[in-house]
Design a binder for this molecule. Structure first.
Ligand code: SF4
Length: 238
């Protein structure tokens, strides 16, 4: 590791250590799905920090993503809690609107059932969560802070903090770390996928396209949050 990289690593590593010291380990977790999140898992493991890890299993992920979840679980010897939607809510949505309603009336309703409700259930049990969001990922993320109150999921009775240790990193920083530390990554990245979500809502992007352009490509860039980070959309639209 050269000095420039070592210094870039220091800030997120230090923040992870600070989070581990500040919170009851049972009430803080890393949200895992993509390349940024596995960097956080790798950093935590190297520092001996035992964070809970969860991932949203919408039932619509690529087979490669399920294989990747297993690879990460085995590589680090960690448990990954899979958050699943309420079966009846999925059945009702599919019964009423079919399997691909998001192409016609936007992704909000399906994401609400398959992602937001299970996430909200999980976040009620936490005081803080840690994500791999970066400022340069999209126009909805340019103001992301290292630490802030999660206004999308906080309630008056239950404030929730959100940490984004890689907010100042670029995609190049993430991939430099992954290559240097031999971190496992989703094999879809080798086929042109950059930001990876559910299979029907993700496609590969060209070399000069923005990394989030492969997500919900039929919708406006300013609406490209699935609700996990809906505070970002509130900020840009207000
Ligand atoms: S990303 Fe697509 S398939 Fe996945 S929950 Fe959202 S709308 Fe549904």
């Amino acid at each position: 590791m050269d000095f420039r990289r070592a210094s870039a690593y220091h800030k997120p590593q230090h923040l992870l250590q600070e989070i581990a010291a500040r919170f009851d380990p049972a009430r803080v977790a890393i949200s895992f799905s993509g390349a940024e999140d596995v960097v956080l898992i790798d950093m935590a493991q190297r520092a001996g920090l035992q964070f809970n890890i969860f991932s949203l299993d919408t039932g619509r992920l690529h087979p490669e993503t399920y294989a990747y979840l297993e690879r990460v679980r085995e590589h680090y010897g960690v448990a990954i809690e899979l958050l699943m939607p309420q079966p009846q809510a999925v059945a009702d949505l599919v019964q009423e609107k079919g399997l691909f309603s998001f192409y016609k009336d936007g992704h909000g309703e399906c994401c609400g059932v398959r992602k937001i409700e299970p996430l909200r259930r999980k976040l009620r049990t936490l005081d803080a969560w840690i994500t791999g969001q970066r400022k340069d990922q999209s126009v909805t993320r340019t103001n992301i802070l290292l630490e802030h109150e999660d206004r999308a999921f906080s309630t008056k009775e239950h404030p929730l903090l959100k940490f984004n240790p890689l907010s100042d990193w670029s995609s190049q920083d993430v991939w430099a770390y992954i290559r240097a530390q031999e971190v496992p990554y989703n094999e879809l990245h080798d086929r042109g996928f950059v930001s990876i979500g559910c299979q029907p809502c993700t496609r590969a992007v060209g070399p000069h396209e923005h990394e989030r352009s492969g997500r919900w490509w039929w919708e406006e860039a300013t609406h490209k949050e699935c609700g996990l980070h809906s505070q970002n959309v509130v900020r840009i639209l207000s």
